[in-house]
Design a protein around this ligand. Structure first.
Ligand SMILES: Nc1ncnc2c1ncn2[C@@H]1O[C@H](COP(=O)(O)OP(=O)(O)OP(=O)(O)O)[C@@H](O)[C@H]1O
Length: 608
């Protein structure tokens, strides 16, 4: 009864924004139904509300665990009494008009797992939540927080975003866990992973914004350029001194190992680098014929047939992200297409295997797989060149700051079907070569200029028998034991990992929730909600609001759950998943022929 009374008091401060509901009785009764889900004091999700937030009343319901007020019109501050909600694990208040500072008492909510305060008007300094051991996500972008960025338990966080605030000073050690996107839009913030350690003294406020954008382009360009050049110079020195060593005696050999000599060699090489003779040597011919040709290999499908390695070196570059397998740069070529260059980590794959895969994959083309334009492969350096896709990724579409109400179920089904079809095709074509994608996720689904979803970065990493150490740390490998491939004993085809990942993408499409860094908690969360028989709770609020047929969503959820089965042998093949999704899509299309829906940029007509 206390719980009920608290919730009624809390609700009295809020009104449904839509007028139809304002006339209905406003109290503890079933009239609430369209506005909330499961109002039993443990889990509250409200839609379509305006008014002020009263933590004092709300937290009379002490057993409250999940509070979801995302995308309402609620204003006011979160007062210190929020600390009375001791059992709170999820606090979602994104997309409202909350203002003021976050109360210090929030750091006493030791059960918090996910806090989403993004897209509000919060101000003041952000307090440190590093004492909350289980905190997994903290999106706080698009607010007005200022001051220094406090310590968080970055090692445990899966999602963290403070972009577009007014933070200043140095970014703490984030253990390379988040990309620049999580910190961008804070003109006075410095340090890794932002590419701009620009001196703060140079900045008036206006100048600093421009300065940081300029730095972003120029410094990352130079960093990229100089590190690649550096590696070449070193390689040249090593290969030349190697052949020289074969001809010279032991004394010369010993000398060549002294520091002095290395410096001389370096200077000579740098001078030589300036000559056109040297440029043509590395860009057009093979440095070491036993290894891969150290030249840019333009692939058949490429629209940049004249692209040269030097063009990449010369062009300004912007850091897009540092992933598990390498660093990604946006490279602006003069009078040419904007490119994206992935600099693959040295350990991720051997040169020979990388080259083999690139050539194989150039033969397996599908309209929904983004083709690489070119690759570069030497002993030291592996680069992969794609055309820049300015329409963003599925991740951005689902979790970006703007709500896209037009992203309806039909559009999501279309994307799911395209991805599954493309994956089925690639699995068929590359099965014998043991080449699965291996890193399928929503950031690797990009929309091309026709807004068609394309799978990117198809298998650019570790070969079949290598287990990557970074991967094994962040993923529960029990879920990823590949099925034995009976057709070819010696080459294991790890397609089941892709199916698991495809399942997670389907869950993302259905729930609108975020998965990051290969930590597939989303699947665990969905399982736990379904176990509690709250199936409807998993679906994206935007889909429910749209009034879609829940049956279709449940069908798609079932496909997703098959894909994320913990036993790899129980997961369906990509072909089977594709057929199941197409079946659901056709049923959806049949059922809406009589309905009228607003055309959307994602509509099935557009995508077909
Ligand atoms: N060709 C492209 N055009 C435009 N954006 C791209 C392109 N390729 C990747 N991106 C975007 O750049 C960002 C960084 O990509 P990156 O590959 O570094 O991240 P990641 O996929 O998480 O890393 P990894 O694959 O190494 O685990 C992502 O948001 C991704 O969607």
């Amino acid at each position: 009864d206390d719980t009920k009374r608290s919730l009624v008091r809390f609700m009295e401060q809020l009104l449904p924004a839509d007028k139809a509901n304002r006339n209905e009785s406003w109290g503890w009764n079933n009239e609430f139904r369209p506005l909330y889900s499961r109002m039993d004091g443990h889990y509250l999700r409200f839609l379509n509300l305006i008014g002020t937030f009263d933590a004092g009343s709300l937290c009379g319901a002490r057993s409250l665990q999940v509070l979801s007020l995302n995308n309402n019109g609620i204003s006011g501050e979160i007062s210190a009494e929020i600390a009375n909600c001791k059992h709170l694990t999820h606090l979602y208040v994104s997309g409202n008009r909350f203002a003021g500072q976050l109360p210090k008492s929030i750091s006493h909510l030791s059960n918090l797992k996910r806090v989403d305060i993004s897209n509000n008007n919060f101000t003041g300094e952000l307090l440190s939540l590093h004492k909350i051991p289980g905190l997994l996500s903290f999106p706080a972008q698009n607010n007005h927080f200022r001051g220094k960025l406090p310590e968080f338990g970055f090692a445990n966080l899966e999602a963290f975003n403070v972009s577009n605030n007014e933070f200043s000073g140095q970014i703490p050690d984030i253990r390379s866990r988040f990309s620049a996107d999580s910190f961008s839009g804070n003109p006075s913030l410095r340090g890794q992973p932002l590419p701009n350690p620009c001196p703060p003294s140079l900045s008036s406020k206006a100048a600093s914004k421009k300065w940081s954008t300029d730095c972003l382009l120029v410094y990352t360009g130079y960093a990229f350029l100089s590190s690649v050049i550096g590696l070449f110079v070193i390689y040249q020195i090593v290969s030349k001194s190697k052949s020289k060593d074969e001809k010279t005696d032991d004394v010369d050999n010993a000398e060549s190992n002294t520091d002095d000599n290395s410096i001389k060699m370096n200077a000579i090489s740098s001078d030589k680098f300036k000559t056109s003779e040297y440029r043509s040597e590395y860009s057009m011919t093979s440095i070491d014929s036993e290894v891969a040709p150290a030249a840019l290999v333009i692939l058949n499908s490429s629209s940049a047939k004249d692209l040269k390695f030097e063009d990449l070196l010369r062009a300004p570059a912007e850091l897009l992200g540092r992933g598990r397998h390498g660093t990604l740069y946006k490279v602006m070529i003069d009078d040419g297409p904007t490119l994206v260059v992935k600099r693959i980590k040295e350990r991720a794959i051997s040169s020979e295997e990388f080259k083999r895969r690139m050539l194989k994959m150039d033969q397996a083309k599908h309209p929904n797989v983004l083709p690489a334009m070119a690759f570069y492969c030497s002993k030291q350096e592996k680069l992969l060149v794609y055309e820049h896709q300015s329409n963003g990724s599925l991740f951005k579409l689902l979790h970006g700051s703007k709500d896209d109400d037009s992203f309806d179920l039909g559009s999501r089904l279309n994307i799911a079907s395209r991805i599954a079809e493309a994956l089925a095709f690639m699995h068929k074509e590359l099965r014998e070569d043991g080449i699965a994608h291996g890193n399928l996720k929503s950031t690797n689904i990009l929309f091309n200029k026709n807004m068609d979803p394309c799978i990117s970065e198809y298998r650019i990493t570790a070969s079949k028998n290598q287990v990557q150490p970074e991967l094994s740390q962040s993923i529960n490998f029990a879920k990823f034991t590949p099925a034995q491939d009976h057709e070819s004993d010696h080459i294991l085809f790890k397609g089941d990992i892709d199916i698991y990942s495809l399942g997670v993408i389907l869950l993302e499409l259905l729930t609108g929730k975020m998965v990051q860094d290969g930590r597939f908690d989303l699947a665990t969360w969905v399982h736990s909600v379904i176990r509690e028989e709250w199936t409807a709770e998993v679906f994206d609020r935007a889909l429910i609001a749209e009034g879609v047929n829940e049956g279709r969503m449940v069908d798609l959820l079932q496909v997703a759950l098959k894909c994320v089965a913990s036993s790899p042998t129980k997961r369906p093949s990509a072909k089977e998943v594709s057929a199941m999704i197409n079946g659901i899509k056709e049923e959806d299309e049949r059922s809406i022929t009589l309905e009228t829906r607003d055309p959307s940029p994602w509509s099935r007509d557009h995508l077909s």
